[in-house]
Design a protein around this ligand. Sequence first.
Ligand code: NAP
Length: 287
Amino acid sequence: MRPALSGDTKVAGVIGDPVRHSLSPALHNAGFAHLGLDWAYVAFEVPAGGGAGAVAAMRALGIDGLSVTMPLKAEVVEACDELSPAAAMLGAVNCVRRSGDRMIGENTDGVGFVNSLRRQAGVEFAGMHAVVLGGGGAARAVVAALVSEGASVTIVNRSMESAVRAAELGKAAAAAAGVGSSMSVMVGAPGAVRDADLVVNATPLGMNAADPMPVAPEMLRRGQMAVDLIYMPAVTPFLEVADEAGAQILNGTGMLLFQAAEQFKMWTGRDAPVKAMGAAVGLDIAG
Ligand code: NAP
């Protein structure tokens, strides 16, 4: 159990807007409670333009860790004293940790994604062909993580500009991981989905009931794995159609859990109790 709040309690939190619906407080507080750590995690509503002020407040108030969500991931980059290689490459920070007086910007989205697929579905990435739908911040993190794990990736996105940017980042990630010569990272058309082993929806399409599908249903098939980064609703139309087609499906709750687990370890120095944290958001994680 978590000790009672006191003058010694360490504080972490999430900044973003909207943030009141966030599952991060439930995840982290379950982890603190499971390990009996004197930490508390809260949500701070910080609108666009407030990222630098929030990092300054973290410094002034002695807050020990911040998760960073939409719309602040890019603007917080400038407010950090130092960036991890992943945050620098992606140009996006989803976590700030302290190192003495220095604020270090990190990005745990990519590792959260691969750990989710590995732990929840036993996925082996080397040699697999993935199609990532989308070219925004989450897509870039997923593309970089997939190529670093040895997958080939095709990016399919509405605008060519974002797709090309994501592909360039993927090539840089492949080179950094020492797999540059064997990997293929390209921009493709929706037809590429049919041949993919793994299809990832990294667009927001499916969050609202009126949204169109991110890909034509007939592209999805048995033998594929379909992953949606969205976790609310738990089953998007994309996952529903993929399931009907016989594909294996997974939503974004696991990515949320495993990116949080990395942050938990950075702040507390303790391995995150992912089983207890997962249970707090309805996930049954083995081990
Ligand atoms: P983002 O940076 O705004 O990127 C959104 C991408 O989706 C862009 O490539 C955009 O295309 C495309 N898109 C948006 N609306 C579209 C539409 N109507 N039709 C076709 N394409 C459209 O957002 P993000 O941060 O990458 O987030 C994407 C999704 O991932 C969100 O649902 C978010 O909640 C989820 N996410 C989940 C986790 C997790 O832990 N599970 C973590 C991060 C993000 P253009 O480039 O053409 O604009």
